[in-house]
Ligand binder design. Structure first.
Ligand code: HEM
Length: 159
């Protein structure tokens, strides 16, 4: 198989992994918001709701979010390798403004993922102080970053 075909397959797999990653990043804070909003509910309703929500949070993080982030990085870095080495574009490929913007975006998105994973441990331990309002307000962060990243790669800042 020639390298151009490999590149197109990897690009498709990258987009699929990114779709799964984004879906998880948009849904997990919503589960956190429902969890936080149980604080003013009476017992035993509060404990019952949290006993329902927390395994969902765990499964979403471990089965969807973490593997999807790893796959997005693997396929993304693989395409960088093809550009830099196989297509002979050199490391200057990474310095192009659109690619640099994309990379800053993925570092920020990965940081947000790490923050959500840290909060997962706190929520499970019952030590999170974040409110439902906080989770609803920050819910759009990944989508705003995605807009910047997708438009960086599709336009390559040529307009
Ligand atoms: C996780 C680390 C990531 C790395 C290292 C990475 C790297 C790359 C590279 C090198 C390309 C090929 C660009 C080209 O040759 O045209 C690409 C394509 C693409 N990336 Fe990523 N990416 C990452 C994450 C993301 C994320 C989080 C999004 C969206 C939210 C995204 C959206 C896209 C899209 C839509 C394309 C296809 C653009 C096209 O060729 O039409 N990537 N990525």
């Amino acid at each position: 198989m020639d390298v151009a075909t490999v590149f197109e397959i990897v690009r498709g797999l990258h987009i699929l992994a990114v779709i799964a990653w984004m879906a998880g990043l948009l849904f997990l804070p919503r589960l956190y918001a429902y969890d936080a909003e149980q604080a003013d509910k009476p017992e035993p309703l509060r404990s019952e709701m949290r006993a329902l929500l927390r395994p969902w949070q765990r499964r979403l993080l471990k089965i969807i979010l973490n593997p999807a982030m790893i796959a997005s990085w693997i396929f993304g870095v693989w395409m960088i390798e093809i550009h830099v080495v196989q297509f002979g574009q050199g490391w200057g490929f990474l310095a192009q403004p659109w690619m640099a913007t994309k990379l800053i975006g993925v570092v920020l998105l990965s940081g947000w993922h790490g923050y959500l994973a840290g909060q997962f441990r706190r929520i499970q331990a019952g030590t999170s102080t974040r409110t439902g309002r906080f989770w609803r307000m920050t819910n759009e962060i990944p989508f705003l970053l995605a807009i910047i990243m997708v438009l960086s790669v599709t336009t390559q800042w040529v307009f």
